[in-house]
Ligand binder design. Structure first.
Ligand code: TNX
Length: 491
């Protein structure tokens, strides 16, 4: 009733051309929090705030300082308004949940640095994007816990390379939307992107190769370690993928002995079609030491508990045995494997996670064996597909009409009880520039974030488009060359 009267007053007064202070507007938060309670009024912030950090929360502390400095708010001991970040004992908030209260002061609390970091992201979304003389932060009480622990973006840097500077920007943008897993597809037929010191030809030869029209290149181990730290400071785990035993032409071109002796195609490859290359299953003494040595260097760079070993799109009588063995190598190195869905035919420890990519893949048996799922069903999560039917330079194999924003948003991970979360995949056969990557990723990744974070009861596409629509200036401030989706009123 109170809101109704306020809204009525707003309509009446707006009609008289007057500005009504403190009228509850829908808060433009994405992903929408689990629980939001609006209260009348707003907190005025001007020039100086007193910042109190109670507990050891380096990532959240860095984020709040960055936020205040972007808005030209000085941190001054004794300032009238206080922003408090507090680590509390709150098992219900889990590893990433938080509370945020805006009243006479601002209080952010969580059980972890990650939770506080997300509280800061929500506060950031409650404040304007541009610096101003003063700010009105709506009075609100939010308590928020993500639905899923795995909220991923995967990028294929193998077909076409993405520079480190772009990946850092991508990490900043992901963190703003509370995404927390960046899966790097580091090898494929068309290229090899990670320096492996024991096998320098992988980058000498595979790093110089790319899909036709795409970019070649590779990351040094030092660059990747720096990227891992950059991501970690923003709550993001980088999950590396070395795609095995198919999709391996770049490896084979670098080290011919990995192919069977009768294979004559030993060159680098820049086409789009795949499914022709494989490590030679009848040369176990060659391929397994190689795989082990590569993965040893991979785990030394990436602290991720999960290491992706690919396993897609290959037919070979030795396939299942290979996947079992490669997952065992990952296990020996103290980590756990992720394999694409087809790997479910192998004999695997139930801890191994499966990544689903075909909408109708029969996964029930694997789930019954105890495997958890990362959900990337192509007709919802393959954002190398078009934003709108007929968009040029997009994949069409999964759905010829593409994967529009509304389609992404409509995905319901709750229909897979074994899911740990969702991940949208940007394959790069046709994505050759940073701007094209932006166009395919945004705004669809914001929908992925909401699908992964927000409980189903709070998800509504129309409301999402209103909240997201209001965020255009934020995407502009990030410098994103997004697709100006008409559903968001951006065209
Ligand atoms: C299928 S998804 C692939 C990729 C392609 C993608 C293009 C998967 C495990 N394999 O190699 O890049 O389709 O949409």
């Amino acid at each position: 009733m109170k809101y109704f009267l306020a809204a009525l007053a707003a309509i009446v007064l707006a009609g008289c051309g007057q500005i009504v202070p403190n009228t509850p507007q829908p808060l433009s938060l994405v992903p929408y929090p689990q629980n939001v309670q609006r209260h009348d009024g707003a907190l005025a912030l001007a020039k100086s705030v007193n910042l109190v950090v109670d507990g050891d929360a380096p990532n959240a502390t860095r984020a709040v300082h960055a936020l205040l400095s972007r808005l030209d708010l000085n941190v001054t001991a004794g300032a009238a308004t206080q922003i408090t970040l507090r680590l509390i004992d709150a098992p219900k908030l889990g590893a990433e949940g938080y509370r945020l209260t805006v009243g006479d002061n601002v209080v952010l609390s969580a059980g972890t640095d990650a939770g506080l970091f997300y509280a800061v992201q929500t506060l950031r979304q409650l404040l304007p994007v541009q610096s101003a003389d003063s700010y009105a932060v709506p009075h609100v009480t939010i308590s928020d816990v993500p639905s899923y622990a795995w909220r991923g973006s995967s990028v294929d840097v193998a077909r076409s390379f993405l520079p480190i500077a772009y990946l850092k920007k991508h990490i900043d943008r992901m963190a703003f939307f509370k995404l927390n897993r960046l899966h790097l597809h580091l090898s494929d037929d068309q290229g090899w992107r990670i320096q492996i010191k024991k096998y320098p030809k992988l980058t000498e030869i595979g790093g110089a190769s790319a899909v036709e029209g795409g970019r070649s290149g590779y990351y040094t181990q030092a660059q990747l370690k720096d990227l891992v730290a950059y991501a970690k400071a923003r709550g993001i785990v980088i999950v590396p993928e070395i795609d095995l035993p198919g999709h391996t032409q770049a490896m084979i071109a670098a080290y011919n002995k990995l192919a069977c002796d009768d294979v004559t195609n030993l060159d680098t490859y820049s086409g789009i079609e795949v499914g022709f290359s494989k490590l030679c299953m009848t040369k176990p003494d060659v391929i397994y030491p190689f795989v082990r040595n590569v993965l040893k260097e991979v785990v030394a760079i990436f602290p991720s508990k999960y290491i992706h070993i690919g396993g897609d799109e290959i037919k070979d009588p030795g396939y299942a045995g290979f996947v079992t063995k490669a997952a065992q190598i990952v296990d020996d190195l103290g980590r756990t494997a992720i394999v694409w869905e087809e790997g479910s035919v192998a004999d695997l420890s139930p801890d191994v996670r499966l990544q689903l990519w075909n909408d109708d893949y029969a996964i029930a048996d694997a789930v019954n064996k105890g495997h958890q799922l990362i959900l990337s069903p192509c007709s919802y999560m393959y954002i190398d597909h078009a934003n709108y039917p007929g968009q040029p330079h997009t994949a069409t194999w999964c759905d010829k009409d593409g994967v529009p924003l509304a389609r992404v948003y409509s995905f319901n991970p709750q229909s897979f009880p074994a899911a740990v979360g969702v991940e949208a995949a940007l394959w790069s056969e046709r994505v050759h520039t940073n701007a094209t990557a932006d166009n395919r990723l945004w705004p669809r990744l914001a929908a992925v974030a909401e699908v992964a974070w927000t409980p189903k009861s709070e998800r509504d596409y129309t409301r999402f488009t209103e909240r997201m629509g209001a965020m255009r200036a934020r995407l502009d401030a990030f410098g994103i060359h997004y697709y100006p989706d008409p559903d968001l009123g951006w065209q």
